[in-house]
Design a protein around this ligand. Structure first.
Ligand code: ATP
Ligand code: MG
Length: 278
């Protein structure tokens, strides 16, 4: 079962803690897939991402990324294949301008300057931020900051993108905007995406959802099989939107409702069709 990310029986305990933050996690993510990792606060999602990136060292078990077993020797080669975007855009800026910021990861990896400039321009164009090239990152909106952070990853040309609640500080329109950008980039650049999220809509667009609870995987499956559990998904750290809550109450009242995730617009359309058959 060779995925582009393979984790076997991973255990990790923070120093001074009694309980492991990850307790025997195994997963295999096939190349080119979008996998959402969900779970309530403290379930171990960020700890999993940090172990995959080699920012934390597993206590036991193994991590393999892009065909490389994670060790002290391979960690830099692995990080070259994995880009990560965090929740708070303000904590990830290092450059004085947008272009400097996007270049930062490349400077660290000694990419020759002409190639670096070309990659920065290409990455800014890919995220629609060319016009902001010489601006100060601090003055951008939240969504623009996340676009710049994504450009930094694109410039690095990794095979894998990890999102650690990358859209959670954005308003709904900003979220959709950044998500649609990432979906496009995934196709264009052939990325594998591991997305940590509380956002049900974001999880619904994944190929697979993994539910973490207390450092263990408690469920894994397609969005359809996960959402068939109805409002139970709230216990797994997903924010249940109004449309899903309403759908469940209508189903309880005896109406036939779609099993798949239904946003407000699709639910409204569905309800109209029910009405027209009566
Ligand atoms: N630096 C740390 N030192 C000690 N314990 C930590 C540290 N970071 C996280 N933990 C603990 O490890 C467990 C898993 O934390 P983690 O940050 O991975 O959860 P999470 O699922 O990402 O949560 P959230 O949704 O809040 O981001 C929690 O019990 C947390 O309190
Ligand atoms: Mg976290």
């Amino acid at each position: 079962m060779a995925g582009i990310i393979d984790v076997q029986d991973l255990k990790f305990t923070y120093s001074g803690q009694q309980r492991p933050a990850l307790d025997g996690v195994s997963l295999s993510i096939p190349a080119g897939k979008w996998v959402a990792v969900v779970g309530h606060n403290g379930s171990g999602k960020s700890t999993l991402a940090k172990n995959i990136l080699g920012l934390l060292e597993p206590e036991s078990g193994s991590v393999e990324v892009a065909g490389m077993r994670l060790t002290a020797d391979s960690v830099w080669d692995i990080r070259a294949e994995v880009g990560i975007v965090f929740q708070n855009p303000d904590n990830q800026f290092v450059g004085a301008t947008v272009a400097d910021d996007v270049a930062f990861g490349l400077e660290n990896r000694a990419v020759p300057r002409p190639e670096m400039l070309q990659r920065v321009d290409g990455a800014l164009a890919a995220v629609g931020m060319t016009a902001f090239k010489n601006r100060e990152p601090a003055h951008l909106s939240g969504g623009q900051k996340q676009r710049v952070a994504i450009a930094g990853v694109v410039a690095q040309r990794p095979q894998i993108l990890i999102l650690d609640e990358a859209t959670s500080m954005l308003d709904p329109a900003g979220r959709r905007d950044v998500m649609s950008l990432i979906h496009n980039l995934k196709t264009q650049l052939n990325l594998t995406v591991l997305s940590i999220t509380h956002d049900l809509e974001e999880a619904a667009s994944a190929d697979q959802i993994i539910v973490l609870d207390n450092g263990k995987i408690v469920r894994s499956g397609t969005p359809e099989t996960i959402f068939a559990h109805g409002s139970q998904v709230a216990e797994w750290g997903l924010d249940v939107p109004y449309s899903e809550d309403l759908k469940e109450r209508l189903a309880a009242a005896g109406l036939q409702m779609p099993l798949t995730y239904t946003d407000e617009e699709r639910l409204a359309d569905y309800l109209w069709t029910l009405n027209s058959t009566k």
